[in-house]
Each structure stands twice: as C-alpha cells, then as structure tokens.
Design a protein around this ligand. Structure first.
Ligand code: NAP
Length: 249
C-alpha cells in the first residue's frame, strides 16, 4: 500500500459518533491516521463509526466521555495516550445548542452550552499539549461556527461559546507555535447534520435563502478543511477557516 500523509499519526476527535465529528474521524482515517472516537450518549453511532474506519483499513478505539466534565476529559486523554502512546491531532468538535432569547434563557441553558462547547476545548487542550510539546508536533483544531463570527437571534450562549473558541485559538496559537503545534478554528456555516435537521422546515427555508450558494454545507466539506489543516496547513495557525457558502464574509 502506498504511504498516506497521516500514516503513523493519532487523531482524537471529540463528538465523533455523529455529524461533523464523525466525518472528520473518517476523513483523517482515510489519510492514514488512527482514530480515538469520543462520544457521550450514542454508543451505537460510535460503534458504526469504528466499523467504518476499520473497513478503511485503519484502527480506532471508542472512549465514552462527557468532555464538559474536567475529570472525563482527563480520562479521555489519558486513555487515548495509554492506548496509542501519543496524540498528534486533537479536533475539539463536541458541541450542543440550547437556543432561547436572552430574556428567556435559563441559567442551566447558558451554563450547559458554555461548558460543552467552550470549556471542553480547554479541558482537552490543557491535557494534550504536554505530550505535543515533548514531541515538538501537534495539530489542534477547534470547531467554532459562523455564529461565533456574526452572532444570531436566540443563540447568545452558543455565539459566546463559539466566539470564545476563536479567541482561545488565537491565544493558544501564539503560545504553542514555537513548539511545532498549530491551533486553528474552523468556522462552518449551516451544515446538514442532526443539529440543523432538528430546526423547523420554515426556519431551514429562511436560512437557505440567506446563503448565496443556495444550500447547506456537508459534514464532508468541513472534514476536508480539517484534513487540509493536518496534511498541508503547516503555516496556518490562529486562523479562522470560514466555510459558509458565502453567508458571512
Ligand atoms: P451533532 O450532529 O449534533 O453531533 C454532535 C456530536 O457531539 C455527537 O457525536 C455527540 O455525541 C457529541 N457530543 C455532544 N455533547 C458531548 C459531550 N458533552 N461530550 C462528548 N461528546 C459530545 O452536531 P454537528 O452538527 O455535527 O456539530 C459538531 C460541531 O460542529 C459542534 O461543535 C457544532 O457546534 C459545530 N457546528 C455545527 C454546525 C452545523 O450547522 N451543523 C455549524 C457550525 C458549527 P452523541 O452521539 O453521543 O450524542
């Protein structure tokens, strides 16, 4: 078999059971990486992602962990490092939304989104950089969003978390560049996954009307951006990779 660009590399993708995370895990595996699949609830989806990766001739393990809980994130990183010996690529992808206007939003809805979408990125990155620094190599990719760039009605919690990811990305990129570690944010527009499928049909039509490309993006298009950052993007760090069909420029 000819050599692949990510042969010998280990990638940990949080929230890899479904949607964008799953597509990233599969795309990185297609390029030779071995994968740590993280999920929190849907073990069946995680198992089917593992089977798909094994059918590609690569290797994967599944680690159930709620990355919004610091001790779970720590166990996730430790388990991955013990199994594969290292982590070269961390994709901080796990995320949820709990949409509500500012006035109606419950404190719990604010806190859950901040913990799951923003704090989880710190918990995982904080644990993974030690090994990356020792080896002088790492690729950290934070799944932000167009909403973190432009804001949105009813999404103040999600927008704050995703904008926070961008600011964290820039700071970590400055700290870690000298150790051979790049840190980038990917900012997708609306992508056809369970998260967007859950919206009312009339909201989806209104959203598509705002997208010059006239459609939602695909998880595979986002995964291609993540793969590019890992295989060819060595001079990208602190960047916001926007892919949104022209919805926000
Ligand atoms: P999705 O289809 O709802 O999948 C979410 C994934 O995250 C699932 O694998 C889920 O695991 C996992 N997850 C959720 N909470 C978790 C936790 N606490 N710990 C570990 N895993 C957790 O979402 P998606 O649309 O693919 O979105 C993925 C990321 O892209 C999110 O950060 C989202 O904000 C971002 N994004 C999405 C869009 C879009 O339009 N879809 C646009 C921009 C950015 P289970 O299967 O176990 O539930």
């Amino acid at each position: 078999m000819s050599e692949l660009l990510l042969d010998g590399q280990i990638a940990l993708v949080t929230g890899a059971s479904r949607g964008i995370g799953r597509a990233c895990a599969i795309e990185l595996a297609k390029n030779g990486a071995k994968i740590v699949i993280n999920y929190t609830n849907n073990s069946e989806a995680a198992e089917s992602c593992k089977v798909e990766i094994e059918n590609l001739g690569s290797e994967a393990i599944i680690v159930q962990a709620d990355v919004s809980i610091p001790s779970d994130a720590e166990t996730l990183i430790t388990t991955a490092e013990e199994h594969f010996g290292k982590i070269d690529i961390l994709v901080n992808n796990a995320g949820i939304n709990r949409d509500r206007t500012v006035q109606r939003m419950a404190v719990e809805e604010w806190q859950t989104v901040i913990e799951t979408d923003l704090s989880s990125m710190f918990y995982c990155t904080n644990r993974v950089v030690t090994g990356m620094r020792e080896r002088g190599y790492g690729r950290i990719i934070n799944m932000s969003s167009i909403i973190g760039q432009m804001g949105n009605l009813g999404q103040s919690n999600y927008a704050a978390a995703k904008a926070g990811m961008i600011a964290f990305t820039k700071s970590a990129a400055k700290e870690l560049a000298r150790f051979g570690i790049t840190v980038n944010a990917v900012c997708p527009g609306f992508i056809a996954t369970d998260m967007v499928d859950a919206l009312d049909e009339n909201i989806k039509e209104q959203l598509i009307a705002q997208i010059p490309a006239g459609r939602f993006g695909t998880a595979e298009e986002v995964a291609a951006t993540v793969r590019f950052l890992c295989t060819e993007g060595s001079f990208y760090t602190g960047a916001q990779m926007s892919l949104n069909g022209g919805q926000y420029m």
